[in-house]
Design a binder for this molecule. Structure first.
Ligand SMILES: Cc1cc2nc3c(=O)[nH]c(=O)nc-3n(C[C@H](O)[C@H](O)[C@H](O)COP(=O)(O)OP(=O)(O)OC[C@H]3O[C@@H](n4cnc5c(N)ncnc54)[C@H](O)[C@@H]3O)c2cc1C
Length: 421
């Protein structure tokens, strides 16, 4: 990456060249500030390449307070109202990227996450940004002697004096992309607190033996999070089974609730309804129809037009039945019971999903420790904290990139306003 023109004034060090750090670097450098952008990865925007299954769900046209969680503060909407979907899309449109949306979920028009990553990289390369790749920021110290810049940042074997520091190191989700919680340690060393991080938007572990027949299946389902027997949230969509987990968007959406509740010692259950479109009379009609089918058919044949055979085998096995059993061998009441079991299939959740497969981190640096207009620390003037390392996590749908990029943009805006260029 080319070295830009250096200036003695207004040096900004950005720790973390992810979604948030890249936007901040671009905005600062465009205004003539010298930026050193540091990342543990070889190149900026590494994680962006895998977002949205390689398509990058950048943002969402629908945004309100139900789209993000924060453990302690509901104030996260304030910055999002200043730099939301329209502004974020505009930022990339000015660099030539075009978008399309699917029911409000915004993707680059080419459906390639690499378009977003490459656009950020090419912009950074053309601006006075010094990028230090494969380098970790390991320490940030404050200095108060006259004539010295207020921060000294240790990055690899370098010590970089800085007027402003942006911490945008992400959280703990996606450790293979460089995210291992360094930002929390750096923030704590400067006096910030930490709300215990936990994985969110993640698959949930399930009993391998029980789900074996369903492994690899993708099917429509409504999943409900139950905490101590109470229904907390229901999500409908494509549920997936792997060898050892239940997964898919509806599971991701409720994983945060169950993971946080588990950490509080609560009893957690995921309930799957594999026939969410059938309720009341329609369910009664379907039950009567299946009861009336040929007695010589196997249970597999009776239900094959209704549910995936892998799911059916799992549910039948829960009831002590096998799919090869002839219908005539089971009572009509049993047929009703099978349909009920397909609508109320419960999975005890005893362990949280790990960070390795999580898309985002819940918890982080408390929001009341930063000014949400600017993302500047209320504890250390000149220090900014942005993105996933803060105590905000979005639901699936482009909300996490939006949050990260909003922070990067507003932090850069605040720094440029304060500098005397
Ligand atoms: C598989 C996957 C798919 C996802 N898909 C989507 C999606 O489609 N839409 C969406 O909105 N969100 C998605 N997310 C979430 C989203 O990518 C993140 O929430 C977002 O990137 C967070 O931005 P950030 O800038 O805070 O941190 P990150 O983008 O995580 O960047 C942090 C950077 O800091 C660097 N770093 C860490 N410690 C140091 C250190 N000590 N020194 C230097 N550098 C350091 C890391 O290497 C990393 O590059 C996905 C996440 C994953 C894992």
């Amino acid at each position: 990456m080319p070295m830009g023109k250096r200036s003695d004034r207004n040096e900004v060090v950005i720790a973390g060249a992810g979604a948030s750090g890249c936007i901040a670097a671009i905005c600062l450098a465009r205004r003539g500030l010298h930026v050193t952008l540091v990342d543990k990865n070889k190149e900026p925007a590494r994680k962006i390449r895998v977002t949205g299954n390689g398509r990058c769900n950048l943002t969402n046209l629908f945004q309100d307070e139900t789209c993000w969680y924060s453990e302690e503060s509901p104030a996260f909407m304030e910055p999002l109202l200043k730099f939301g979907a329209e502004e974020l899309m505009g930022f990339f449109e000015d660099m030539g990227v075009r978008f399309h949306d699917r029911q409000g979920y915004v993707y680059p028009r080419t459906d390639q996450a690499s378009v977003i990553a490459d656009t950020l990289i090419s912009q950074i390369s053309s601006l006075p940004v010094t990028f230090l790749g494969e380098t970790a920021v390991t320490d940030i110290s404050r200095r108060s002697r006259e004539g010295e810049k207020p921060f000294l940042v240790r990055a690899g074997d370098k010590k970089i004096p800085a007027d402003y520091v942006i911490l945008s190191c992400g959280g703990l989700a996606g450790p293979s992309f460089g995210c291992s919680g360094d930002g929390y340690a750096l923030a704590r060393s400067l006096g910030h607190g930490l709300i215990s991080p936990s994985p969110a938007l993640t698959p949930l572990p399930a009993d391998r033996k029980r789900i074996k027949s369903a492994s690899g299946v993708r099917c429509r389902a409504a999943v409900t999070a139950l905490v101590d027997g109470q229904e907390i949230r229901r999500e409908e969509g494509e549920m997936q089974f792997t060898e050892s987990t239940v997964s898919g968007i509806p599971v991701f959406q409720i994983s945060r609730i169950l993971t946080r509740a588990l950490s509080e010692g609560k009893r957690c259950t995921l309930k799957a309804d594999f026939l969410p479109e059938l309720e009341g009379e329609e369910l009664d009609r379907e039950t009567a129809f299946r009861m009336g089918m040929e007695d010589n058919l196997t249970l597999q044949e009776v239900f094959s037009g209704l549910v995936h055979p892998g799911v059916l085998r799992m549910v039948l096995s829960d009831l002590g039945l096998q799919s090869e059993v002839k219908k005539r061998k089971v009572s009509p009441e049993k047929i009703r019971e099978i349909l009920r079991a397909l609508k109320e299939c419960t999975f005890p959740v005893e362990k949280p999903g790990g960070f390795a497969k999580a898309q985002v981190t819940a918890g982080g640096v408390p929001l009341d420790e930063i000014d949400l207009n600017t993302f500047e620390s209320n504890i250390v003037p000149g220090l900014y904290l942005t993105g996933e390392m803060l105590d905000v996590d979005g639901i699936c749908g482009g909300y996490n990139l939006q949050w990260a990029m909003t922070g990067g943009y507003l932090a850069a805006g605040s720094i440029t306003e304060r500098t005397d260029l």
